[in-house]
Design a binder for this molecule. Structure first.
Ligand code: BGC
Length: 769
């Protein structure tokens, strides 16, 4: 008989089986779980009426109207009727339990609700605003912050968060730039993935896991002129290369849900955009979770000009929208559309299945009360450990924009400091935008923080010096919640004089100024992105004293700071740092932590330069050393930003060696290593974010002048040196070409490593296919 297998074959075969086993086991287990879920959901759906199915697609708000008008009334009745699939804006174990009981005990099929909330940068313990989180360049801290938020949110009965917000933004006029990770697609993707992992943990079934909701899909950050809710118009190449990567990265990290955006994408509102919600998201990218609309975004499609509520609801369902937030378009029209043949039962079933699957994945059918734990609500929320994590994260998020003559860090003993400005003795504005459950009364002001840190022999004095703004019309718009911004009973002139008098007696002035909480975030576009005039007047009066001014800057966006950069001794950008704001600011001002944050957005010199971003394309007539006729520039201002992407100083000084590349000629899948030696030449130990950029100067399409490809955050003692090596593969050279094919093209590449996008060492390599 012919021998088919030798002993050698058998050994190889057994080894192969052995190695494949764990993999196939895991895949088989996953498949079995999916099959189990499908069988469960199919079984349930067989029992459901059309109305009950449509009810699952309806998301209502349970508490206050957060960002718009509330059209839902009588929530408990709606729940009992089976007309509601989920509630958001409601938290606290008592509140959530009541509603969950109404759903589970009060409905025919006992289907649990999903409970969502805008948990954006912490739940009770508030972390820095997302833009500030991104400037830490510390993915571990970012993931941890999301995990802590998840623990606190689940302790209060929640299982779904409307985060991460991953919209790339290149326009600082847009107030929601504060909610994202800035302008870089690759780094935005890294942050998005870290947040998803932090929220969802190892399994959505865990009691402390919440389902992430990636928003706003898609391109919301490219609203024309930075005007909120405005039109977006973009080429496919720009979408694929610069705006879509963070959404995809969040999906690849396992995000369970997506939120459609308010804007149009290629002319069609995102909420009714089949190309976006089905062809791209599900077919190209393989997303298998559910899509919720943004707040009344479905109803707003009527204003976009696509028809009445019934028409747009049918369009949205067919496009791939599964849940309607607040607008009740699905609830009030889908049955009629079914009867009229405008949607099919299969369309409704598909959306209903996806919502039920999310509840299944969260383990809510097994235990609808899984995260409702009155004990945990008392012990796991706003703990000392969580506050410490928030403080450390805040310290890492601060960006030192200027530090002339090493004025910072300040001395902890001796001398006198005048702390001035409307944000100095202020708790409310420490938290920033989107802090639904955050209690501002519990946050630490900068003045308090400074007093905690300095020794008794430092004289700390205080004067408010100015209102946030003196413009009462502007103030009215800022006050969408009660008492957010108000005028001081003292006149602006009296306040200013008091500040000058206080500052005169001090050695150093710490001016705590910038934007208040409601000046950035949703619906907070500004055409003038400078520090409000009232505060500028105060700074100018103080500057006349000739004493060093240290600006502690609060902001939810890049601001125009040319006067401040010329006149202040130091500027520490602290964004909106959260609950532990004052403590974190003081730790950094007095050198207990050496700042290491780096910008993730470009700071323009003037609002007229916007959009301004580092990874722009070259033009045929590039700007070189100064404005001139017949070049791509302005006649009245340089093209360069005030502070470039990736910029941020340290109390120490880091120097970079030239780049050492492993090869200058590479082929195919070879790996290039590029190494620099970074030395801490300054007087403090500190951290540095070493950044890798690559340029592709000749390709089939015009490519950005440089693109961030990797970074490493290192820690160096005084005098210490470290070799930092990046391994570069052709994968990192890929881009979408005119045919939207994702590939790399052979040729020369310029490798750049440095301390920010405008200050790098370079090396050139040739890479053949
Ligand atoms: C915002 C979303 C938010 C939703 C629910 C909308 O106005 O655009 O980011 O998640 O409201 O509060």
């Amino acid at each position: 008989m012919k021998k088919y297998f030798t002993t050698k074959h058998i050994v190889y075969l057994s080894l192969a089986v052995l190695f494949c086993l764990p993999l196939s086991n895991a895949t088989a287990q996953k498949q079995a779980e999916t099959a189990k879920m499908n069988a469960f959901v199919s079984g349930l759906m067989k029992k459901m009426t059309v109305d009950e199915k449509i009810g699952q697609l309806n998301l209502v708000t349970g508490g206050m109207a957060i960002t718009g008008s509330v059209t839902n009334n009588g929530i408990a009745d709606g729940v009992k009727k089976g007309a509601i699939g989920g509630i958001f804006g409601l938290y606290g174990t008592d509140n959530v339990r009541k509603m969950q009981e109404a759903a589970v005990n009060g409905t025919r099929l006992h289907i649990p609700l999903i409970f969502g909330l805008d948990v954006i940068h912490g739940h009770r313990t508030i972390f820095p605003i997302p833009l500030g989180m991104s400037t830490t360049w510390d993915l571990g801290l970012i993931e941890q912050s999301a995990h802590i938020a998840a623990k606190e949110a689940t302790a209060e009965g929640l299982n779904w968060v409307f985060s991460p917000m991953v919209d790339i933004a290149r326009d600082a006029r847009w107030g929601r730039i504060s909610e994202g990770s800035g302008e870089d697609p690759w780094y935005g993707g890294q942050v998005a993935a870290a947040m998803v992992k932090g929220y969802q943990g190892t399994s959505l079934k865990n009691a402390d896991a919440v389902m992430a909701c990636v928003k706003h899909f898609a391109l919301y950050g490219a609203a024309e002129a930075g005007r909120e809710y405005n039109t977006v118009d973009m080429s496919k190449i720009a979408m694929y290369n610069y705006y879509l990567p963070p959404y995809k990265a969040a999906l690849d990290a396992g995000a369970g849900s997506f939120m459609s955006s308010f804007n149009v994408v290629d002319g069609v509102p995102a909420t009714t955009n089949k190309w976006l919600l089905t062809d791209l998201l599900r077919k190209q990218w393989g997303f298998n979770g559910f899509v919720v609309s943004d707040y009344t975004a479905l109803n707003e499609v009527t204003n976009h000009g696509l028809g009445d509520l019934q028409t747009v609801s049918a369009l949205a369902l067919k496009a791939g929208l599964d849940m309607d937030m607040v607008g009740e378009g699905f609830l009030s029209t889908l049955k009629k559309s079914l009867q009229q043949g405008k949607v099919t039962m299969a369309d409704i079933d598909l959306a209903c299945r996806r919502v039920l699957e999310a509840k299944y994945k969260l383990g809510l059918f097994q235990n609808p009360y899984k995260s409702i734990n009155a004990q945990k609500e008392k012990t796991d929320v706003f703990t000392d450990a969580n506050r410490k994590a928030a403080r450390i994260t805040a310290e890492h998020s601060f960006v030192l924009l200027k530090n002339a003559n090493q004025i910072l860090p300040l001395k902890k003993s001796g001398g006198s400091i005048a702390v001035v400005g409307p944000l100095a003795d202020n708790k409310r504005d420490m938290l920033g935008t989107w802090v639904i459950a955050g209690e501002w009364e519990k946050s630490v002001s900068v003045l308090e923080g400074i007093k905690h840190v300095v020794n008794d022999d430092v004289k700390v004095t205080y004067a408010k010096g100015a209102n946030i703004t003196d413009d009462t019309t502007f103030m009215k718009r800022l006050n969408f919640g009660p008492g957010m911004v108000s005028l001081d009973p003292k006149s602006p002139q009296d306040m200013l004089e008091e500040a000058v008098k206080t500052a005169k007696k001090a050695d150093i002035i710490v001016a705590v100024v910038g934007e208040s909480q409601s000046m950035s975030g949703e619906s907070s576009s500004r055409s003038d992105i400078s520090i409000p005039e009232s505060q500028q007047l105060m700074l100018k009066a103080l500057a006349k004293l000739g004493k060093p001014i240290v600006i502690v800057l609060f902001n939810g966006r890049p601001l125009t700071l040319t006067w401040e950069n010329d006149n202040a001794a130091a500027i520490l950008d602290v964004w909106a740092p959260g609950t532990e704001a004052g403590n974190a600011v003081a730790e950094v001002l007095f050198g207990n932590y050496n700042p290491s944050g780096k910008l993730t957005t470009t700071f323009p010199r003037s609002v007229g330069q916007i959009p301004l971003y580092y990874n722009h394309l070259n033009t045929g007539r590039p700007y070189s050393s100064g404005p001139t006729k017949f070049k791509s520039n302005y006649l009245d201002i340089s093209n360069n930003p005030l502070y470039p992407f990736g910029y941020g100083l340290s109390y120490s000084k880091f120097s970079y060696s030239n780049i050492n590349v492993s090869k200058t000629h590479l082929k195919g899948d070879e790996i290039l290593t590029a190494t620099v030696t970074v030395t801490n030449n300054g007087p403090y130990a500190g951290e540095e974010v070493v950044q890798l950029y690559i340029s592709d100067p000749a390709a089939s399409i015009s490519r950005p002048v440089k693109e961030l490809k990797d970074f490493k955050k290192i820690n160096l003692q005084i005098g210490e040196k470290q070799e930092v090596t990046f391994k570069i593969t052709p994968q990192q050279l890929k881009f979408y070409n005119s045919q939207l094919k994702y590939d790399w093209e052979p040729g020369s590449f310029i490798i750049q490593i440095g301390t920010n996008s405008a200050d790098t060492k370079t090396a050139k390599v040739q890479w053949a296919k």
